[in-house]
Write a protein that binds this ligand. Structure first.
Ligand SMILES: *Cc1c(COP(=O)(O)O)cnc(C)c1O
Length: 360
């Protein structure tokens, strides 16, 4: 029987996640596998989050608090906004989908970079919107060109900062100039999944724009520095008006009870976040130096991953690394993205890469 599927949906390809460790172990019979593919925190979650999870077992037969009172209060407190300016998602991925479905009528446009988080294009297309793709400039978002791409049909502009997969950042000054050119009918989405890792003092204070009442939303997540990717919880901070619209589509129990508890506890463990940053900074230096010694020129990154031109077909290198028990991410052509891991993981990655390059 011929199925009737909207061509926009039929045009999509399924998202390809980083290969799970167990999958590679099954496929190749490997005992030890190192995954540096999904920008996860190699230290894992805060011990406080793990304790909160054990306590959470007792109420698993109850539905979660659909309003997530305590977690939203804590996030509002942290961001210096009111709790009705905070929305939770089943990962910030879910909020990206809510944004597309809330703001895009069929044919409406969403401006985004050509090498950025692939979920934007997927969600915009799924909502029957039109992705308007703007090339990067020197691996960075080209904000003047993105402003030029805005039309009367534009409803969303995605700004991934630092950008995944390039690790590059746009500065407060650049963002200021962009916002001066963005009309009110466009919601600017600051996707800041990696902002806790940023060390540059030039990083924009995007929450200040929320507080000014501008049409922007700031998305952050517990999946990266907080080490809770498996629980699926992220959040958005915006004007009450934007949050109220998104809440019309938000599934009532989208943030599960364990995720709410663990996130709340994780938010209270600043030491773990600080430790994670320190480990990342040292690992970043180690991997950048290792790659440079091998003759590569990794793109300077503000996040917990590195984007590098591997000088030959990236897929072949990716597959050869898999056989060495190392999972990285092939993005396109010669470009490979590798997450910064623990010292020993980084060392093993660099050694495996060296073997792979020399065996050819
Ligand atoms: C990882 C990531 C997210 C969010 O992930 P969730 O696990 O859905 O919270 C969002 N944006 C970017 C750019 C990411 O890399």
């Amino acid at each position: 029987m011929p199925l009737k599927v909207h061509p926009d949906i039929a045009s999509l390809s399924p998202y390809v996640p980083g290969k799970p460790i167990e999958e590679l172990q099954r496929e190749l019979g490997l005992a030890r596998v190192i995954k540096l593919a999904s920008n996860e925190n190699p230290l894992g979650p805060s011990p406080k989050a793990l304790t909160a999870l054990r306590e959470g077992h007792e109420t698993l037969h109850r539905y979660p608090d659909g309003g997530a009172f305590r977690l939203r209060e804590a996030l509002a407190d942290r961001c210096k906004v009111t709790s009705d300016q905070v929305i939770l998602g089943n990962g910030s991925d879910e909020i990206l989908g809510l944004l597309a479905r809330t703001f895009l009528a069929p044919g409406d446009e969403a401006v985004m970079a050509d090498q950025t988080f692939v979920i934007y294009k997927m969600e915009v297309t799924a909502a029957h919107g039109k992705p308007v793709i703007v090339p990067l400039k020197q691996w960075k978002h080209d904000l003047p060109a993105m402003a030029d791409a805005i039309t009367d049909r534009t409803r969303l502009l995605f700004l991934c900062n630092p950008n995944n997969p390039t690790g590059t950042m746009v500065s407060a000054e650049e963002v200021e100039r962009l916002l001066a050119r963005v009309p009110a009918h466009v919601v600017v989405v600051f996707d800041e999944a990696y902002f806790e890792y940023v060390r540059s003092p030039q990083f924009p204070d995007s929450l200040a724009y929320v507080k000014q009442g501008r049409n922007v939303i700031v998305l952050r997540t517990f999946s990266k520095i907080y080490g809770l990717a498996g629980l699926r919880i992220g959040y958005g901070v915006a004007t009450t008006e934007i949050v109220n619209f998104l809440n019309r589509l938000r599934p009532p129990f989208n943030a599960n009870s364990l995720a709410q508890r663990a996130a709340l506890a994780a938010l209270g463990d600043d030491d773990h976040v600080a430790r994670s940053r320190t480990v990342n900074a040292a690992g970043m230096e180690q991997v950048v130096k290792g790659l440079t010694d091998l003759g590569f020129a990794p793109i300077p990154s503000e996040a917990n991953f590195i984007y590098v031109d591997i000088g030959r077909d990236g897929r072949t290198v990716f597959e050869a690394l898999l056989r060495e028990g190392l999972i990285v991410r092939h993005i396109e052509g010669p470009m490979v993205r590798v997450t910064v891991g623990l010292e020993e993981e980084n060392r093993e990655f660099l050694a495996a890469l060296k073997r792979v390059l020399h065996s050819r």
